[in-house]
Design a protein around this ligand. Structure first.
Ligand code: SF4
Ligand code: SF4
Length: 438
């Protein structure tokens, strides 16, 4: 794509980067077919190609930008399906970051929207606050009739089934030793996470049980309660920066003093963010090297599990007791966008499930987002509901008894009594002797 930035504009390294991304796009349109928002609306402005075009206009002539650009940029899920499809290697995610930041400078959102974004960024990344908010929502539902439409839609997105208490993992620094009398096969730091601790405490517990069984020691650092992704994606930059710097500082210390040899995440949205820390802080001389080291040592939990020896875990009496039920269970694997597109991990979790004895099938259009995308389902409820309903139809069509997914956002978005959606790790925990997760 041709660009027409002035020399002065190109002196800004951010614009120079945007320029090189934009120039990589040959406008072929291959990405449109795999973009969930274009699939729903058929509007070029809701496609990656259309958004790239609008971002070029925005960055070249910021003063002439219209609210229409912001509307269509906001409707982008950030699912990165377009990045997987693009034959030219267009770095859409970083262009989107640049485009959205420029948009925020040019157009001030209405106060109600700013308030909602700020509130979400202040509540959801804190498990305790989020848990309280979900409990208050129960009371709020009694007065639903008296609320404005926007508030009602938001209330409808708050899960109704709430755990009695938040996950204790992550409340304080802790070391979970490997189930082995010899030295652990490796030592990892695990991000306990924020929203997932309030929504599904068993995910961290199952992750620790499984890793310990496989001879891995797990450490959790309480000061890293959030990776910063949620705040980053809704434009609360200062808050995101604080979370990122905190995490980089603590994990870098742990890596350099030999406490751990890797950092793992069990929410793929967080994993994508942590793997990007190096890119985010590359221009900060005080932090660039540390952030790059943290990103290089970061893995999705499935990547670490794939390197472990499972023999003893499958022959353990507790695993053998579950083997029949596991072998009779047909699972649908829902590939979270942040895992398949954000981290390029698709076949690995599925292979682990098959190796554990499950029959695993995939839904049609597995590359399309379920509509969760962080808080997208709250901010863009109509689009998110359309994608959710498409995804549920394809999952039902598989005839599977349950669904495995590697991201808490998708789990919360899709979970329903007739479609039990659980984390891949919870199924692997079951296959190695843990409780049945559904
Ligand atoms: S597939 Fe890649 S090169 Fe083609 S229009 Fe989309 S982003 Fe541009
Ligand atoms: S990130 Fe997803 S929603 Fe956004 S343009 Fe790309 S494919 Fe479409």
């Amino acid at each position: 794509m041709q660009t027409h930035f002035t020399t002065e504009q190109l002196n800004d390294p951010v614009i120079a980067r945007a320029d090189s991304i934009l120039r990589a796009c040959v406008h072929c349109g291959f990405c449109t077919a795999t973009c969930p928002t274009f699939v729903l609306t058929g509007d070029e402005r809701d496609s990656p190609r259309g958004r790239i075009w609008m971002m070029r206009e925005l960055l070249e002539n910021p003063e002439s930008v219209s609210a229409d650009t912001g509307f269509h940029l906001d409707r982008c899920l950030g699912c990165l399906s377009c990045t997987t499809t693009c034959p030219s290697g267009v770095d859409y995610p970083h262009l989107l970051d640049i485009g959205r930041a420029k948009m925020a400078e040019q157009v001030r959102r209405p106060w109600g929207e700013r308030l909602m974004r700020r509130m979400l960024a202040r509540i959801i990344p804190h498990a305790g606050r989020f848990h309280i908010m979900m409990r208050l929502a129960r009371v709020g539902r009694l007065f639903r009739w008296a609320m404005p439409a926007a508030m009602r839609r938001m209330l409808d997105k708050v899960p109704t089934a709430i755990p009695a208490r938040i996950d204790p993992v992550g409340a304080r620094d802790a070391v979970y030793p490997a189930d082995t009398e010899s030295e652990p096969v490796r030592r990892v730091a695990m991000l306990a996470g924020c929203a997932s601790r309030a929504l599904e405490p068993d995910i961290n517990a199952a992750s620790i049980r499984l890793l310990n069984r496989l001879g891995v020691e797990v450490r959790v650092y309480a000061q890293i309660h959030c990776c910063g992704a949620l705040a980053h994606h809704i434009g609360e930059t200062e808050q995101a920066d604080t979370s990122v710097h905190k995490a980089v500082a603590r994990w870098h210390d742990a890596l350099t003093n030999g406490e751990v040899d890797a950092i793992i995440t069990n929410a793929s949205g967080c994993g994508t963010m942590v793997k990007d820390y190096g890119d985010m802080l590359q221009h900060d001389p005080a932090w660039a090297a540390k952030a790059a080291a943290v990103s290089a040592a970061s893995f999705d939990i499935s990547e670490v599990l794939a390197q472990c020896d499972w023999t003893a875990s499958f022959t353990h009496p507790a695993a053998k007791a579950n083997a029949d039920a596991v072998a009779k269970t047909r699972l649908a694997y829902h590939s979270a966008c942040s895992l398949q597109h954000g981290q390029n991990i698709h076949g690995l979790p599925k292979r682990l499930l098959q190796q554990a004895g499950f029959t695993v099938v995939e839904p049609r259009d597995g590359h399309l987002c379920c509509g969760s995308a962080g808080v997208y389902n709250i901010l863009q409820p109509d689009m998110a509901d359309g994608l959710k309903s498409r995804k549920l139809d394809t999952l039902h069509a598989t005839g599977a008894a349950a669904v495995a997914a590697g991201n808490i956002g998708c789990i919360t978005q899709l979970n329903a009594p007739d479609v039990p959606v659980r984390h891949t790790i919870q199924f692997l925990d079951w296959a190695t002797g843990g409780a049945k997760p559904f």
